[in-house]
Design a protein around this ligand. Sequence first.
Ligand SMILES: *Cc1c(COP(=O)(O)O)cnc(C)c1O
Length: 392
Amino acid sequence: MKKTNIYLDYAATTPLDPRVLKIMLPYMKDKFGNASSIHSYGQEARKAVVEARETIAKLLDSEPEEIIFTGTNTVSDNLAIQGVAKVALKQNKNHLITSAVEHHAVLDVFQALRKQDFKITILPVDKYGTVSLADLKKTITKKTALISIMYANNEVGTIQPIKDISKRVRKVRGSSQYPVFHTDAAAVVDYLELDVKKLEVDLMTLGAHKFSGPKGIGLLYIKKGTLIEPITYGGHHEQGYWPGTEPVALIVGMAEALKLAFKERSLVKKKVTQLRDRLIKGVLSKVPQTQLTGHPSKRLPDIASFVFSGAEGEAILLHLNDQGIAASSGSACTSGELKPSHVLLAMGIKPEIAHSSIRFSLGKKTTKKEIDYLIKVIPDIIKNLRKMVPKL
Ligand SMILES: *Cc1c(COP(=O)(O)O)cnc(C)c1O
């Protein structure tokens, strides 16, 4: 019997699109030159990097010089936050604002800066995981250097009011250059608008492996004029912001993946939304005492996240895996620690319930048949696990 193989963990990472791989391969073989070299090998590589940057800049409605290639989302988040903080401190701006539901790639940077000379505000969220604009307004001071709020949450899918926040930032900023606004857009590329002029952000993080591109490459959009310094040293590459020989194949791959994501967005969005709604409806109607987490409507099309109180998340994952279904227990990055997700706790979900969280994340290749199979097998998995938990 053929083993089922159902991948519902696209928010952790996506499979590389074969069309992207095809574009990358020549740069891993014959076109191997160092983009800094003078000879023809170098020129060939340089040309590919220049073109990729132009392609990406056009898609994001920015200038090529505003696109900095980095190692991945985590690197871009670090560069954005630490790079701005470093300059700001010299101007006596030592206050940084973020939200309680950010990825660790943002939250942990804030915690590290707290141990240095910075004052940190971590904004609470409501039960859906949404940041309140009123809360943000109250916390901005003359000392605020940076506000970092994610575009949408990778665990529960809740979309933040990014445009409202940037409008607010612009208003309090007036003619000054602070606060700077950064958004971590890692989770949204396949689904939401990414036009930096419309979003009016100063800094934006993206990473290719979340949108069918290769791992090991990300970018930071840095709006012209933003006060930011490098946090790593070693060369002139990427205007000094991410020094080191350019990974040409990865850069070319990211540009192609972004191009395809934009081109296919409306189709993918429609298809994935329908399947996600089918999944949510199926799970909620077939599994009693189950709750959808995150915002009911202002959520990413690909994420269906639940708490199955009385069953343990890691155990559910293992049983799903036995059925050939790959999912995640809230946050892949915190699993293993067996700590309940900080996102769910911030949304006011009790720790013992947060332990029962599962995130299904869909993608381009997800089918109705796969969703129906999941809906068929999950009720018994949860029922059996609940039987094993002693009643309180
Ligand atoms: C995946 C993700 C990250 C981290 O991405 P890496 O590729 O592991 O660096 C950061 N922020 C968000 C919102 C993500 O979804």
